[in-house]
Design a protein around this ligand. Sequence first.
Ligand code: ZN
Length: 373
Amino acid sequence: MASTLLGGLSPDRFLRRHWQKKLLLIRVDFSDLVGAPFADATGVSLISGLNSFYVESSFGRTGFYPSGGGSDITPTLRMPQAASYYGPNDLYTQLRTDARNAAATAGYVLANYDYDLICFGAVPGWGWAGLGYVGAAGVWLRNYFTAGVAGHELGHNYGLNHANFWDTGGQSVIGTGSSVEYGDIYDTMGSANAGANHFNARYKSYLNWLTAAETLTVTTSGIYRIYPHDDTNSTGLRGLKIVRSSSTNYWVEFRQKFTGNRWLMNGAGIRWSGNGNERSHLLDTTPGSPDGRIPSSPTSRADRFWAATRSTRNGTWEPSWTISIFGPAAKTRKFTRWAAGSPTHSATKSCPPCARGAPGPDGASWSPVRRYR
Ligand SMILES: [Zn+2]
């Protein structure tokens, strides 16, 4: 949706101003859709669940006051128009205005809250579960009152766009393709599940949930160690940024919450992102495999290596690096990114510097690399 960016504040200033936010859940109903959209206890647990997800995801750098302790849930307030007026005419802004006015009339001081969430039942004419402004307050929840949906919409309010998937039809990792909206199945800005679906490392960096010292822009070959950004006990580097072009970066991250996903548990996730809050793109590093959207290097030798951003586009070589990413100390799984030899490497064409079985830069066995650009 249309937006302003964090009310004109940079993300770090925005967060420093007040790390713990106050929510106002404005419950409304209509003459033709009568009744509370959810019970009091549901609202209390929704705020609590949002707080848990945001505190954990942000390493305690943001969160929400509990219901009655800074955040509030209004009684169900009757709207001046029927549900059949707002929905079929797509008047969500008017609905928010009417809801905020009703809350003010009921005695709530709107300026006391950081974010308002307009909560209502299954108003006809709309098919969505939630809406949210990007970079400004304003959330609508339509008949879904989960931390996942609300956490997604608040993610928009914090300044995030969607977490997408780059779909090449299984033909390549980063070749010709299209952006699949919501396609990042590991990120609540893609799949609005909260819980394990932390925002990706790029988004956490954008919000300053990962500080400048906790990510690294990689510009030279080397071995880099990153720690899972979805573990609140993690310290140190939790994201690597690799500049691809003036407007696009790779982001490499590591997660440990999808315990049933061996690729995530034992490999790095790779995404494209912009320099600001542009939508992110999950990359499938095993294109064409039946495994679905695998963001990491599987542990099998043939797929352990991925490479290379080299190309001769515009007559210059894109930088290339060897990056070994290690898991927690107990897990010494390795993920190596290696660019070598000519720029014509592909999954189906080996070449002398990286022929299958030849030693890699760290002495490990080698396999044909995939081509990135
Ligand atoms: Zn959204």
